[in-house]
Design a protein around this ligand. Sequence first.
Ligand SMILES: Nc1nc2c(ncn2[C@@H]2O[C@H](COP(=O)(O)OP(=O)(O)OP(=O)(O)O)[C@@H](O)[C@H]2O)c(=O)[nH]1
Ligand SMILES: [Mg+2]
Ligand SMILES: [Zn+2]
Length: 317
Amino acid sequence: METITGVVIAVRPRWVLARTSMGEIACDVPRRFMRGVRGERTPLAVGDRGTIEIDPSGRGRVIKRDPRRTKVARLGSRRPLREHVIAANVDQLLALQSIAEPDFNAHGLDRLLLLGEVGGVRPAVCLNKIDLNDPAGTTDRLAPYRQAGYPCFWVCALSGEGLDELAAFLAGRETVLLGPSGVGKSTLLNRLLPEAAQRTAEVSKATGRGIHTTTRVDYLDLPGGGAVLDTPGIRTIQPFGIAPAELAVHFPEFRKVLGECHFKDCHHAGEPGCAVAAAVAAGRIHPARYESYGRILEGLRCDGQTPAAAQAHPDGE
Ligand SMILES: Nc1nc2c(ncn2[C@@H]2O[C@H](COP(=O)(O)OP(=O)(O)OP(=O)(O)O)[C@@H](O)[C@H]2O)c(=O)[nH]1
Ligand SMILES: [Mg+2]
Ligand SMILES: [Zn+2]
């Protein structure tokens, strides 16, 4: 039996589509493979690399998954609490928000960036629908992220404004595009890749929310090399598998002062002599980012989620 390597470009309930040297091949995901990844909520995600066995009729079967170089994962929304891997082995995460319709959500953006930090994926920020606001609004909204050192882009996916800079950032790399429903992820990709023809939809007039037009992760090749993974808008973004004590490390602008707090085990949540709070007071950390940090920390303390707790229920979903 012939074996080849492949990249997963689509995941369906019992099979995956893999790109290989022999073209795109539909592959079964056999029990034997599933036993090896027991207890994982996401045995295969878009971007996974692995080994495929091809039978004489040309049918593929996944036999091995390579270790993931990076991953973008969140806490799954169903019990038992397990890791939901959105994308594997990507280089970059582009967190998209719109200036309006739906409203800009700084805290949601901070959570998206955190997923990149935790998974070893380089995060960047993109603000869409700049046609709906004045330039000053754009600058203000991006200020905390520039200060944190994130690459920042502002675009109008409808007119194409700002897309050249963004295209240069995406070229030659694999990037996962994340953002709430309705911010324009698919519209943006249709602009960048006219042949992509991603379905898009009007934002619901009643709720001001998107209506989840994209329902699966889609792997889309960029014309000059590289790829973008379009994803469905995700409502709850809770990081997976990080302890409250390590959260601050994942806020890049906090890193410079970590270790300077009065208490060695400072959680930067109001303790006396906290160097992070001092940096906020001195204008070196944006108050909005510090507030987001506090809210995420609170969530980590409350949901009782630890990697150990997640592994306590290896079966069932
Ligand atoms: N005014 C304005 N509207 C935009 C812009 N970009 C996208 N839209 C509109 O926003 C709506 C939602 O866009 P989609 O691309 O479907 O959003 P999405 O992020 O892919 O949504 P999901 O697939 O549900 O996660 C559509 O009606 C778009 O026409 C923009 O730059 N300006
Ligand atoms: Mg979409
Ligand atoms: Zn501190």
